[in-house]
Design a protein around this ligand. Sequence first.
Ligand code: CA2
Length: 148
Amino acid sequence: MNRLVYVLNGPNLNLLGKRQPAIYGYETLADVEAECRKTARDLALELELHQSNAEFQLIDWIHEARETAAGIVINPAAFTHTSVAILDALNTCEFPIIEVHISNVHKREAFRHHSYVSLVASGVIAGFGTQGYPLALQRLARLIDEAK
Ligand code: CA2
């Protein structure tokens, strides 16, 4: 049974915990990844964790995931609001996708209220801080189990 999940983070999320803590909190990307690994162990999920500032790199990982994985958790960061290319790549995937935002995008500028990725996501988590990632993995594990 395939339980491989890709956790993908988009541009600037490598700065987590280093800038703008009022919006994104004090946890670093390494902290988030460690938390994801812990949750994944409990859920018997296997993880591939990646962050990139480049759109093409995120698309290449989505292509890799579509061949090998059972689901994706993605925080596309600013590409959420701009990237038809990431939407197109995600649309080729036949497994569940959970979209995560650390901040409550709906409380922020109007341009953050629209997400291309939400058109393909099974679910969206926003405003739960970095806790959104383990929550997304829990939901994904449930969806993978239900698809058995
Ligand atoms: O709330 C989220 O997770 C976002 O996806 C974060 C993106 C933003 O463009 C989206 O609208 C909402 C920005 C990521 C920038 O990450 C930083 C982290 C720490 C310091 C500076 C930027």
